[in-house]
Design a protein around this ligand. Structure first.
Ligand code: F6R
Length: 614
């Protein structure tokens, strides 16, 4: 996600901020910018592209000397990655500069309100609404800290904000709700940043902030309050990570870090998609409701992990909309003369938005008259650009080559799309849709409960570190989880692993099972009735062949205990949503096993993050 830094001190703020931004480059970004205050005025430089573009701009047009500034690397969410949408955003009166990480859910409402008051917006970002609002509050109270509190009280969503006031040469003010922010405590200088990596070369002393807090830094002081202005306790800590470890927030691999980011990534993907009365609004899906109602078939095209997200989507979308869904490997799609016409809705799923097989598949689908909706994580990438509509997942940059948070956010986005189609086509009642949205809203906490068991998964990986072959079984949506679990292990542990729909086992694959084969079984929730019972029988079948069984089962499901060597508990979840929790232990298992085998987890052999050739 975005990298943020604010600085007050006696060093050259532009240099310190650029240095801090370089250290968070690993997070991925598509534009960068800096604002400083000098002599009662703000000076801003911002550029789309990499930091080198900003450095070139600064060399051509240096900012005045200052010890007081803010900086940002942006990963586009609202508005494409242009110079204009880059942060910092300056208010129309020129007094406030603001940088932001997160998503302001009610920005459209705020923007309309501010435009009605005569303020002209110059970007497509949600951030600019906060900058303009902050300037209005500041004009009224002339105190940046107080103005920030008032603004935060009006914002919905998740955000870190850092602001600078042209009339105040002392302070940088920051606020956080559900997005990261730490304070760096220096000698005669202080920092705020989304990440300790930004200030680790200046100080290793830091303050941890809680939710819904506002912090004001000067050269010699740090003041933290809640949004109502009450002082709050903070926790001081010493950062003993190396700069390289700091990039990964102390994790050994980006992949592991990204697995642990999933509660937030899924929450962000779900944010701001409903109106106050509970209706689902997917503003980005700009395909006419009448056209969506006319569609008589949905085709999902994707590759690899994204294809498995499509397999999950099929179960959910067909169940909710009663429209037939075909899931196609993008690399096969256009070579088999598929039946696609103007009543076909094509959903394409791609984390990078640049996968060539997927791109060619959607070009083909559009040429046959189909409308294409892209589910994508990268704003402005080729696939969303060439689609009719796009629903962005908001996972933030995924750096580990093996996709983790990409998968969970893709699955979440397909659920949103399925419910939206059901709403538009009238195949579900509004209360049913809001019940499902409620279930989805509970998922980030449930993912966290699974992550809290990581040590058990690591111990399991240690006990299986000499094993060569693994089998993964699932039923219903769990069969896609089995495929994804096997793929993760192949990709990074370089081990033979296969995933099957459990009912298929007896039709052939059971022949390969013996006492050397651990079998991971994704057990449907007990509430799934027959599905659950059938899976218990499948477990017995593999046990009878001597296999050791690792079950991933709902908490309290005692029926599987007699047949399992290892049990990993899953929170209680409707079967359709179970992939969002059940995939997580399999990601952790693969990551740990690959680590124990000494492999490069983030850059596995033979693989590229974005496959831009057919
Ligand atoms: C697996 C993995 C790949 C990608 C596939 C599609 O961990 O990362 O299988 O899922 O190459 O990539 P995107 O989603 O970028 O189109």
């Amino acid at each position: 996600m975005c990298g943020i830094i604010g600085y007050v001190g006696s060093q050259d703020a532009t240099r310190v901020i650029l240095d801090g931004l370089k250290r968070v480059e690993y997070r991925g970004y598509d534009s960068a910018g800096i604002a400083i205050e000098a002599g009662g005025k703000l000076a801003v430089a911002k550029r789309s592209g990499k930091l080198t573009s900003l450095v070139t701009e600064l060399a051509a047009h240096p900012l005045p000397a200052s010890g007081h500034g803010i900086g940002h690397t942006r990963w586009a969410t609202h508005g494409g990655p242009t110079d204009n949408n880059a942060h910092p955003h300056v208010s129309a009166d020129g007094r406030v500069a603001l940088v932001h990480n997160g998503i302001i859910e009610n920005f459209a409402e705020l923007r309309a309100e501010l435009e009605a008051r005569g303020i002209t917006f110059i970007s497509q970002t949600d951030t600019e609404a906060a900058a303009q609002l902050l300037a209005l509050e500041l004009a009224a109270c002339d105190d940046l800290t107080q103005a920030m509190r008032l603004v935060c009280a009006r914002l919905k969503g998740a955000f870190t904000l850092v602001a600078l006031d042209a009339h105040d040469s002392e302070r940088v003010v920051a606020a956080r709700r559900d997005s990261p922010l730490v304070v760096g405590l220096g000698e005669g200088e202080n920092f705020v940043a989304s990440d300790v990596a930004s200030f680790i070369s200046y100080t290793r002393e830091a303050l941890e902030l809680g939710q819904d807090q506002v912090v004001t830094i000067t050269r010699s002081s740090v003041t933290v309050t809640d949004f109502a202005g009450n002082p709050v306790p903070t926790r001081r800590f010493h950062v003993d990570w190396s700069p390289a470890a700091a990039e990964k927030a102390g994790f050994d691999w980006f992949m592991r870090k990204e697995i642990f980011e999933q509660p937030r990534a899924v929450a962000d993907t779900l944010l701001g998609r409903t109106t106050d009365d509970g209706r689902l609004v997917l503003d980005e899906v700009r395909i006419d409701a009448a056209e969506l109602r006319l569609a008589n078939k949905i085709v999902v095209v994707a590759c690899g992990t994204a294809y498995y997200a499509g397999l999950v989507a099929k179960y959910a979308i067909e169940h909710w909309t009663r429209v037939p869904v075909e899931v196609e490997l993008a690399s096969e799609f256009r070579y088999r003369d598929p039946i696609v016409d103007s009543r076909t809705l094509c959903i394409t799923i791609s984390q990078s938005g640049e996968t060539m097989d997927t791109l060619q598949a959607i070009r083909y689908a559009r040429a046959q008259g189909a409308r294409v909706i892209a589910i994508c994580n990268t704003v402005g990438a080729t696939i969303p650009r060439e689609s009719d509509a796009v629903l962005y997942t908001r996972a933030g940059p995924e750096i580990g080559v093996a996709s983790t948070k990409g998968f969970l956010t893709q699955v979440s986005a397909t659920y949103l799309l399925g419910l939206y189609l059901a709403q538009v086509r009238g195949t579900m009642f509004a209360d049913e849709i809001s019940r499902w949205l409620g279930e989805l809203g509970a998922i980030p906490d449930k993912i966290q409960q699974v992550l809290d068991q990581a040590e058990r998964v690591y111990a399991l990986a240690d006990s299986l570190k000499t094993t060569q072959d693994f089998i993964f079984l699932g039923r219903h949506v769990g069969s896609a989880v089995a495929l994804e679990g096997a793929l993760k292990l192949k990709e990074i542990a370089y081990l033979h692993a296969e995933g099957f729909a459990a009912g298929e086992l007896k039709h052939g694959p059971i022949a390969i099972i013996d006492e050397t084969t651990p079998v991971f079984v994704v057990v449907p929730p007990t509430g799934a009735g027959q599905l659950h019972e059938k899976m218990v029988s499948n477990i017995q079948e593999v046990r009878a062949r001597g296999a050791s069984v690792v079950v991933l089962a709902e908490r309290g499901d005692t029926s599987v205990l007699p047949y399992a060597e290892h049990v990993l508990e899953l929170p209680i979840t409707p079967v359709l949503l179970q992939p969002l929790t059940a995939t997580v232990p399999l990601q952790l298992f693969a990551c740990e096993l690959a680590t124990l085998l000494g492999n490069d987890v983030d850059q596995p052999r033979n693989l590229a993050k974005s496959v831009t050739v057919e």
